[in-house]
Ligand binder design. Structure first.
Ligand code: EPS
Length: 387
């Protein structure tokens, strides 16, 4: 499967085209809307999220509640476009002098300068409109379809916040259903309720200071069959595909599976997960330090992946930059922004991870028809139990 997204942050709409989703998967617009609404929330979001009400319009690929196997087109309208029509419209303008909100002072940490250099744009708005994290709504739409496929195969995925700035959530020993419930109830999407207020205070402080903060999101995928991915070729390792896709989320700078970088401080005997066998469920690991992967393949234990998000680079207290017209030092442009988007990013990460897992299932089981896929997965699970 693959998908493309299109759309500028203040353009008319965002579009996602998904290709290769099996036919006969039951799906309702609410499956996608629930995900879009979850992404819009979280303490620390700015005014833009009060303007937008992200709802999907499905314009191809789904009929009478089921996928057709043809490309699925998902569109999300930007309600803010009505305020930006003269700035973002597609028609030629008579007098370029009249263009409003031209950006010439690139923000350190954003794509502004590199994008301007690459595409030879002297109005950096041509870059920031597409590099904006608004695009993540389109990725969540694709991921929501993937999540529905996984759910229909008994696989659940949830994203939550492990850390905001220097406030760390403690690990929780709870079921995936409890994780889903807590993540959805928490204004900062943490599972550790005792840290919620501290996280919100850190966000409020950053906002009051005209600053921004980042943090760590984690995704747990439960019910994944073992032996997805492959060790035989570098580009078939599923953990590396997941890592690449997490790093492709705006502002993400690092990825870890299981104990991750902490493995450097551990002995081998403290790191690897001992193998055991249960007659009714087959092989399992006594611990899950490696986060569900060995040799680029799933172990059947939950996939546990963390991603670190840097603080958003748009600051109300801007850093120094250079005006690309005068070459004089200037404070960077100030654009309306969120002070912290880690709770929203946890939802985005949940959806991009879901996409990669669903994609590997569809690829490895050569699925055109969802019902065939479902019975193939059941057969695969049975085979693993009896191995
Ligand atoms: C963003 C800047 C803000 C955020 C936006 C990402 O948008 P605006 O400039 O319109 O206030 O709200 O995020 C979204 C619109 C979204 O849907 O998540 C940026 O520069 O990346």
């Amino acid at each position: 499967m693959r998908y493309l997204t299109a759309g500028e942050s203040h353009g008319k709409k965002l579009t996602t085209i998904i290709e290769g989703m099996p036919a006969n998967l039951e799906i309702h617009p609410d499956d996608i809307n629930d995900s879009l609404i979850r992404r819009q929330g979280g303490h620390g979001r700015g005014r833009r999220m009060k303007i937008e009400k992200d709802l999907v319009e499905i314009s191809s690929g789904i009929r009478h509640g089921y996928t057709l196997g043809s490309p699925i087109t998902l569109e999300i309208k930007n309600d803010d476009f009505k305020h930006w029509e003269d700035i973002m419209g597609e028609l030629p303008i008579e007098n370029p002098e009249n263009v409003r909100r031209v950006v010439t002072k690139p923000r350190p940490g954003h794509a502004d300068l590199n994008g301007g250099l690459k595409y030879n744009h002297r109005d950096l708005r041509n870059v920031l409109e597409r590099s904006s994290a608004r695009e993540t709504a389109a990725r969540v739409a694709a991921g929501a379809v993937a999540k529905k496929l996984l759910h229909s195969l008994g696989i659940e995925v949830i994203g939550y916040v492990k850390q905001i700035y220097n406030v760390q959530a403690a690990d929780q020993k709870i079921t995936i259903d409890e994780m889903i419930e807590r993540s959805n109830l928490s204004p900062v999407r943490t599972l550790d309720q005792s840290k919620e207020q501290e996280m919100m205070d850190a966000i409020d402080q950053a906002k009051a200071d005209g600053d921004s903060i980042g943090g760590i999101a984690e995704v747990c995928v439960e019910g994944v069959p073992a032996a997805l991915g492959s060790y035989v070729q570098y580009d078939r390792k599923l953990d590396s595909k997941i890592a690449g896709s997490v790093l492709s989320i705006n502002a993400f700078k690092g990825v870890e599976f299981g104990v991750g970088f902490e493995a450097a401080n551990r002995l081998g005997s403290e790191t690897h997960d001992e193998i055991a066998f249960d007659p009714s469920n087959g092989y399992y690991r006594k611990t899950n330090n490696l986060g569900g992967f060995e040799g680029g393949m799933t172990t059947g234990m939950p996939i546990i992946v963390k991603g670190v998000m840097k603080p958003i680079p748009t600051l109300y207290k801007p850093l120094e930059s250079v005006d690309i017209n005068t070459k004089e030092p200037f404070k960077a442009s100030v654009e309306r922004s969120d002070s912290c988007a880690v709770p929203a990013a946890a939802v985005v990460m949940e959806h991009v991870v879901a996409w990669e897992v669903a994609n590997s299932i569809v690829e490895e089981f050569h699925a055109d028809d969802f019902n065939q896929l479902k019975s193939d997965i059941e057969y695969h699970r049975e085979r693993l139990r009896n191995f």
